[in-house]
Ligand binder design. Structure first.
Ligand SMILES: NC(=O)c1ccc[n+]([C@@H]2O[C@H](COP(=O)([O-])OP(=O)(O)OC[C@H]3O[C@@H](n4cnc5c(N)ncnc54)[C@H](O)[C@@H]3O)[C@@H](O)[C@H]2O)c1
Length: 258
């Protein structure tokens, strides 16, 4: 276990989610000092208790920052709060998100489209902007965005989610260019199908449109990803990847788009 001075200080958004929990556990067990953020305050508190009581092998106390990151002030406040509470900030991991509506394009509810973009895209401008300010003052930092395989190809009836994740990929690459000279590296993880409630929700809503509901056979490895495989990839980018790796969108899809 690294000393407190060497432990990366990480703000993780979407921490109470299915992947967020796995990522938080991975980072805690590898010695990171964590500030966990999510709009779901009760689930966040439960997770922090579980991680903080030593069961996950963490020796650090776990801080929580309940916040709706679509609110610009709240998102910026989460970064400032993490920086203050942790006594510095080395890494921002953005793992919040929503799957958005599954619908023929002509039947989309504009409120659903806007909400999806507010959560998946707009929030990243506020979070990454606030982190860039902190990281520039410190001489460097790392940002890891949860994009998706949906950010690299289209999807019928899920165009809102796919378009929002293309935006995450575009923002990741753009910020790598913009922030590289300040010593800030920006990367994304692009998981394909992961065993998760989010995939279950998407697949069941596609089923209501009479579309296929079985996708594992399309994956060369014949299965969905385990959430911990995503968490390990995030940990690698957050804590271990060479600094020269920036602007990368690591695909983790069992060969689906190879
Ligand atoms: N599950 C998958 O198969 C999969 C695949 C590829 C990419 N992803 C991406 O990974 C990320 C996490 O997915 P997941 O499966 O854990 O989803 P999830 O629905 O289990 O968790 C998402 C979390 O984000 C939080 N959140 C939503 N809106 C928020 C807001 N406005 N402010 C703060 N927190 C908010 C939710 O409360 C929830 O805890 C998402 O960006 C998702 O698009 C997931």
């Amino acid at each position: 276990m690294s000393s407190p001075e060497q432990s990366p200080k990480v703000l993780l958004t979407g921490a109470a989610g299915h992947l967020g929990r796995q990522i938080a556990t991975r980072l805690a067990t590898t010695g990171c000092r964590l500030a966990l953020c999510d709009v779901a305050g009760a689930r966040l508190a439960t997770l922090a208790t579980e991680l903080g009581d030593g069961r996950a092998g963490s020796t650090h106390s776990i801080l929580t920052i309940p916040a709706d990151v679509t609110d610009e002030a709240a998102a910026r406040g989460a970064v400032a709060g993490a920086h203050e509470l942790l006594g510095g900030l080395d890494v921002l991991v953005n793992a919040h998100g929503v799957e958005g509506p599954t619908s023929p394009v002509e039947a989309l509810d504009p409120a659903d489209v806007r909400r999806t973009f507010d959560v998946n895209v707009m929030s990243l401008f506020w979070l990454c902007g606030a982190a860039a300010e902190v990281f520039k003052a410190a001489g460097g930092g790392r940002i890891v965005n949860l994009a998706s395989g949906a950010g690299l190809a289209g999807g019928a009836f899920t165009g809102v989610y796919h378009a929002s994740k293309h935006a995450v990929v575009g923002l990741t690459r753009s910020l790598a260019l913009e922030l590289g000279p300040s010593g800030i590296v920006v990367n994304a993880v692009c998981p394909g199908f992961v065993t998760s409630p989010m995939v279950d929700r998407i697949v069941s809503s596609l089923g209501r449109l009479d579309l296929p509901t079985e996708y594992a056979h399309m994956v060369p490895l014949g299965r969905y990803a385990d959430p911990d495989e995503v968490a390990e990839t995030v940990r690698y980018l957050a804590c271990e990847a060479p600094e020269y790796m920036t602007g990368a969108c690591l695909v983790l899809d069992g060969g689906l788009r190879a």
